[in-house]
Design a protein around this ligand. Structure first.
Ligand code: NAD
Length: 450
């Protein structure tokens, strides 16, 4: 590992990764490789998580292809040195911002979108002119294998490398000195990464999780709310960081909402064949322990052998239930009933800041209130998940749900140092800033800086 990183440092120092032409060529190589490996990636995502081809393409393969296409269009412009305004008192001066690559990047990924969540940051690292080492999740072994083959047959290891293994491997990699660590995963491991990074004062992006609420108020379009919440919850069998974790529904529309959820599940989710599977037995057991069978109003069909849990609705849940004590990360949807929106706001604010929040309402005042009173990473009004797929929106958490943003141009920025500088002519050299500092100079500076 040390050897690979040393080679990557030397490669970066040769300046080869910095030109626009090099970066574009590498993005094109990556795109061709993804297209070439598309059938294998689709297969391995099915083997690891039982992802349907639609989910595999829309949330993993097609997702990253469209990011490359977007960056190819804009990269030249993003790389331009940007001229900014200069205050009047800095006479005969021009001011600039230059985006320079950081150097050697480490990317650590989770199991739930095992391809997209390492390739998306990799695209940003390449576009910004860096080298990178990827450490994918060891849980999704088949996807890990295809990632290894794709990366090793596409890039020289001194430019892009991939390390595999369990958390002990990640622990070893984390001892090395990188220029940026991009981590996606749980809060607990995020802390380990942050601590390791602090030894070298390495900047980090931490894309973490948590409990993301959805609120359905009395003015919501209940049919649409049910459909969109179920989509966001049950894609990838609920194993999405921005899945609505739990629902707060107003008591006046509770019965209608539950009946719409049930009907939608019957109409659209009865084919269990195309539904995702839990990644491993440990998580299967963990989820199983969160279910209070007395509160289940739909679902709870299980098959331990093939790690299947059907879409499950748990009603009349309170914060005392085990299901509300941790991020669910599975196909279980708890419903909490509320009367007073202010109490809901206070309850959410008393918890850690969520990664996402979804609001279903047709009331503008409610939109304003929720969005201005509650802090969260990102979200949607009358939808779920969709803020993630717009590359023009920054994606990331806040507080407990993470730090740093990426996607589209934000990925380019996160892996760049914004080097600022001024350029001054030498023909005139006014004496204002030089000693001795007379009273006249003091009074002049007071008039200028106020
Ligand atoms: P995880 O934190 O268990 O594992 C993530 C990575 O960390 C893996 O590559 C693993 O090898 C490594 N790792 C595990 N234990 C380690 C240790 N002790 N030391 C060093 N490295 C270690 O996460 P997961 O279970 O794969 O993913 C689920 C979590 O990720 C959820 O909390 C979810 O919300 C979050 N997530 C967040 C986002 C986001 O964009 N914010 C996206 C997907 C998942």
């Amino acid at each position: 590992m040390k050897n690979t990183l040393q080679k990557q440092k030397a490669y970066f120092d040769s300046n080869i990764t910095k030109s626009y032409e090099f970066r574009i060529l590498q993005l094109k190589k990556l795109k061709s490789a993804i297209l070439k490996f598309e059938p294998q990636i689709t297969q391995t995502l099915y083997k690891d998580l039982h992802k349907s081809s639609f989910e595999a393409y829309s949330s993993e393969i097609g997702f990253v292809l469209s990011t490359i296409t977007m960056i190819e269009k804009h990269l030249r412009k993003w790389m331009h040195v940007r001229k900014v305004r200069t205050p009047i008192y800095e006479l005969f001066t021009k001011s600039y911002v230059m985006f320079e690559p950081l150097g050697n990047i480490l990317i650590i990924g989770p199991y739930n979108y095992p391809f997209q969540l390492v390739i998306e940051p990799l695209i940003g690292a390449i576009a910004s002119g860096n080298t990178a080492i990827i450490k994918p999740s060891e849980y999704t072994v088949e996807t890990e294998k295809v990632l290894v083959e794709m990366i090793q047959t596409t890039f020289d290891p001194e430019y892009i490398s991939i390390f595999t293994g369990d958390h002990t491997v990640t622990g070893e990699v984390l001892k090395l000195k990188f220029d940026h660590i991009f981590f996606t995963g749980s809060h607990h491991v995020g802390q380990i990464v942050y601590e390791a990074a602090s030894k070298h004062l390495t900047p980090v992006t931490l894309e973490l999780g948590g409990k993301s609420p959805a609120i359905v108020d009395e003015t919501a379009n209940i049919k649409v709310a049910a459909r969109r919440i179920l989509f966001g919850k049950f894609i990838n069998a609920g194993q999405s960081c921005i899945a609505p974790d739990y629902i707060y529904v107003h008591e006046s529309v509770h019965d209608e909402f539950i009946s719409e959820l049930k009907q939608t599940l019957i109409d659209r989710y009865s084919d269990h064949q195309s539904f995702g599977r839990i990644v491993n037995n440990r998580h299967f057991q963990r989820l199983n322990n969160l279910i209070d069978v007395n509160k289940v109003v739909y679902g709870n069909e299980k098959n331990e052998e093939n790690l299947f849990i059907s879409p499950t609705i748990v009603d009349q849940v309170t914060w005392n239930d085990p299901i509300m004590k941790e991020e669910i990360f599975g196909p279980l949807l708890p419903i909490l009933v509320y009367k007073d929106l202010d109490e809901v706001i206070q309850m959410i604010k008393d918890k850690e800041k969520p990664l996402a929040l979804y609001l279903f309402t047709s009331h503008k005042e409610v939109e304003k209130k929720i969005f201005s009173h509650i802090s969260f990473g990102g979200g949607a009004i009358n939808d779920t998940m969709m803020h993630f797929s717009n590359p023009n929106l920054p994606f990331g958490g806040v507080g407990h749900s993470g730090m740093g943003i990426y996607h589209g141009k934000y990925s380019f920025e996160i892996f760049s140092n914004q080097k600022s500088y001024v350029k001054k002519g030498t023909r005139f050299d006014p004496p204002l800033t030089y000693p001795p500092y007379s009273k006249a100079k003091v009074s002049l500076i007071k008039r200028v800086l106020k």
